[in-house]
Every structure is written in C-alpha cells, then in structure tokens.
Design a protein around this ligand. Structure first.
Ligand code: SF4
Ligand code: SF4
Ligand code: SF4
Length: 304
C-alpha cells in the first residue's frame, strides 16, 4: 500500500487536515454537462453576487462563447463547443427526467453539428497546489473543504497561477491580485447554496455534500449508458487521481481535452516527498564520501 501523506492521494477530510476541529460535511459541485443549455445564467449570477467587474465582450469568431475561459473576472465560464457529429447521439435525444419521452430523433447525417456546453469553474481540489504555494495565507481551506482566496491578503506574487494544474486562478490586470471562485463562501456560511447553482434552470450545476454528489453522478452515468450515450463519463470525481479528486467534478460527453480540460491533472506537490527522499539519499552519500576521503587521507599520512 502506498504511504498516505498530506501532499497527494486520497484525502477523506481535507478540512480537518487544514486544522478545522469539527468541520461540517465537505461540499462541492457535480456539473452534468449533458443537460446544460448554455443559457449562461450561472455566469451572470456569479458576476452579480460577487460584484465581479466586467471583462469585455470579446468574440473569438469561432464560437458564440464570449467569455472564452476562466479568469480573474470570470469565475464561471460556459464553454460552447461546436462539433461535427458522425453518430446520432445529439443532446436533443436525452431525456432529462427518467421516464419522460425524449424528443423525436432528428435526422442526422455525417457532417451534422452538435453543441457541447459545459459550465467550468475552480475545481476546489483535494490537494490544491495554489494553496500549497501561497506564501501569505491568502489562499486557504475552509471548513467546508473548499479553497478560497482572500483579496485583502493577496500580495500579487502570482505563485498560485502556474501552480494550478487547470489554469483557473489568474491575476487581475492593473491590480496584480489573484482571483477565482470562492464557492460563494459567504453564502455557504449563511446556509445557502452558491449563486450559480441556484440560478441554473436545468440543474446542470448540482451543489451538495460531495459523497452524495458522487453517488448521484455514478447513477446518472449508468442511466445515460442505458440510453446509448456511451461516451458519458465522469471527470475529477476519483480520489485516486493526480489531485486527490476535485471538489467540483463533471459529467462529460467527450474527452476532457475537447472541453479545454487537462486529461491527467497532477498537483505540483505530488512528487515532493520522493524528491526530498532522493535529495536526502544524495546528501548522505556525499557526507559518506567526504568522511571516507578524510579517513583515507589520515591513513596515508600515518603510513608515511
Ligand atoms: S483548480 Fe486551481 S485554483 Fe482551483 S483549487 Fe485547484 S489548484 Fe486551486
Ligand atoms: S460558487 Fe459562487 S463564486 Fe463560484 S462560480 Fe458559483 S457563483 Fe461564482
Ligand atoms: S445556468 Fe445551467 S444550463 Fe445555463 S449555462 Fe449555466 S450550467 Fe448551463
């Protein structure tokens, strides 16, 4: 069995490990992209609740996606991915509620299009590299197991930006401080669900205790497979992955790369223990060699 340590691997209670003596259940997001309609209510609710400044309305010319990615002023991003579909598994065929008849199958030929929509967010990683490298304590683990950045403590060093394996956290231009989703820490403290989940009309964004969400997600994947949507799979749910599992995980209908997600994210601290072990072995060997050199030198002197 692998050694368990606090830097990588499964971690049943990150809040307790962070020093919260009696934390409540860890909460998170299960985002079921198969029912996202791309309305962007989540993006708007996030902006409104958190008073996030506007970040322009650039259009890439490639898609209707005008926010284009997560950033310092975009804490929720609804990705719009247009795909040519050779197979007939378009999202219009999926029944949202079990037992409800699906829409009639539209005629589809090779070359037809489908939309993949997915509302992306900070993953609130079990092992959060952003937090591990933050020298000021601006990033911290809350009692709910989430990862929050405090703008009044951030000194703008930017260490967290390259540390995040998902490219989520970003420094704001002309300001330098880092910003990202807080999983609405203020709302959680008041017993409310995050603004984005509350606003989502299709329940694509589901909020709740993480263990419960993982069970619900597994059932949903099973249901989709039974309906013939074989590509449906979960991303970020597995505590054995490179970040110890995400606090915000997803049901995807294609490879993670298609949604702009890394296929195998790894926390930067995963190999730290092994690195220190190797450095320790190297230091011991060096010390041994130096000691041996002194002993041999002493003997040579005595022999003269
Ligand atoms: S996704 Fe990035 S910013 Fe969010 S908790 Fe993980 S390491 Fe930090
Ligand atoms: S949880 Fe709150 S801060 Fe995070 S994306 Fe949703 S609305 Fe924004
Ligand atoms: S509010 Fe829900 S359905 Fe609308 S874009 Fe966001 S996740 Fe998709």
């Amino acid at each position: 069995m692998k050694d368990r340590h606090l830097l990588s691997g499964p971690e049943p209670d990150p809040a307790r490990d962070a020093g919260h003596p009696e934390p409540p259940e860890r909460v998170g997001f299960f985002t079921d992209t198969s029912v996202c309609i791309g309305c962007k209510a989540c993006e708007v609710a996030c902006k409104e609740w958190n008073a996030i400044p506007e970040d322009g309305m650039p259009l890439s010319g490639m898609s209707y996606d005008n926010t284009q990615g997560l950033g310092a002023s975009t804490w929720r991003h609804v990705a719009f991915i247009e795909q040519k579909l050779p197979a007939p598994e378009g999202r219009t065929e999926l029944s949202l509620i079990e037992g409800t008849p699906t829409a009639p199958e539209p005629p589809q030929a090779p070359g037809d299009m489908r939309w993949l929509m997915s509302s992306d967010v900070c993953k609130h990683c079990t092992h959060a590299a952003c937090l591990d490298v933050c020298p000021t304590g601006s990033l911290f683990r809350t009692e709910f197991g989430t990862v929050v950045v405090q703008e009044d403590i951030c000194n703008g060093c930017g260490y967290c930006v390259p540390a995040c394996p998902y490219g989520v956290i970003e420094q704001r231009q002309h300001d330098g401080r880092a910003f990202k989703c807080t999983m609405c820490y203020d709302r959680l403290g008041a017993g409310q669900e995050p603004a984005c989940a509350k606003a989502c009309p299709t329940e694509s964004i589901q909020f709740g205790p993480l263990d419960e969400l993982r069970e619900r997600a597994a059932l949903r994947v099973e249901q989709l497979h039974e309906q013939g949507v074989e590509q449906a799979h979960l991303y970020g749910h597995d505590p054995n992955d490179g970040v110890g599992g995400d606090g915000a995980f997803f049901l995807l209908l294609d490879k993670p790369e298609v949604y702009g997600l890394p296929p195998d994210p790894v926390v930067a601290t995963r190999d730290l223990a092994a690195m220190w072990k190797h450095a320790g072995t190297a230091a011991l060997s060096l010390a041994g060699s130096i000691a041996l050199a002194f002993v041999l030198a002493g003997r040579t002197k005595e022999g003269r």
